[in-house]
Write a protein of this length. Structure first.
Length: 274
């Protein structure tokens, strides 16, 4: 039994404690609704917050990995485009050499075919020299390999160069013919260069597929990390909304309870009325 006292109002103190607890819960719930997170700082839950921050950092760092892999894709795409041009030019060179091997041609026709052959040969050098993306190339012979980021720790995805310059495909800047017999021999030479070129392009194609697959994996990994962080720190908004309504009702009742408790000492005055 609580004694009647004008110095100590135990009922009011209990009501105030309960109201303060409700207000504290209400503040927490409102914060969760405002931020969308049940854990928004280390003081909410240090261990979970630390884990979420680490995973978020990993997810963010994967943006750099994806950018690097996309540069790799573009570099190989440019190389493959140049390779297609080289293949086409070699095919035309073979055509000119075959036509020039015809011994019935007059000198003017032979020289015209030779000039076309030489021009096509020089275009190979131009195509390969310009096959750069962001200053990098895997077909001009300027490097043996290019390395792109593979994960957040800095491991590399390596693409070996496949040189498609004239020397890289078994020709030279002076490759030509001066007679029908030499033109006939040139046909086999061009065939060999074509085979070398297509083999190198096939290898670059394999690298391109590998980059595509790894880039897709990085995207899925990043999504998974983001979802995992959300599971750790995101608030259940439906649950928090329901809790907010409950706490607001509880707060109103607490205010009323405190008001009633504060009126209790006044009843003591009735004891002294005659």
């Amino acid at each position: 039994m609580i004694a009647n006292s004008i110095n100590t109002n135990a009922g009011a103190m209990i009501a105030l404690q309960n109201l303060n607890a409700t207000n504290s819960e209400l503040t927490t719930t409102q914060q969760r609704i405002n931020t969308g997170k049940k854990i928004s700082s280390a003081k909410d839950n240090g261990a979970i917050w630390s884990m979420a921050e680490m995973q978020s950092a990993t997810s963010s760092s994967l943006n750099a990995v994806k950018d690097s892999l996309q540069r790799g894709q573009s570099t190989i795409d440019v190389a493959l485009a140049a390779g297609d041009t080289v293949t086409d030019l070699l095919g035309k060179m073979k055509e000119k050499a075959l036509a020039a091997s015809d011994t019935s041609l007059n000198t003017a026709s032979f020289n015209a075919l030779k000039a076309d052959f030489d021009s096509l040969r020089d275009q190979i050098t131009k195509a390969v020299t310009n096959a750069k993306f962001n200053g990098a190339s895997v077909v001009d012979g300027s490097t043996t390999k290019l390395e792109f980021l593979a994960n957040e720790t800095g491991s590399a995805f390596t693409v070996s160069s496949r040189t498609l310059s004239l020397t890289g495909i078994g020709l030279s800047a002076t490759t030509s013919f001066t007679s029908a017999a030499a033109a006939k021999t040139m046909i086999a030479t061009i065939d060999t260069s074509l085979q070398t070129t297509t083999n190198k392009l096939a290898s670059l194609g394999t690298n391109s597929v590998g980059l595509d697959m790894h880039l897709t994996f990085m995207g899925k990994l990043q999504d998974s990390l983001d979802a995992g962080v959300g599971n750790l720190v995101d608030a259940d908004m439906a649950k928090e909304s329901a809790k907010l309504q409950s706490l607001q009702t509880k707060q109103q009742l607490g205010v009323q309870a405190l008001s009633i408790a504060n009126q209790a000492p006044q009843s003591i005055m009735s004891l002294f009325k005659g």
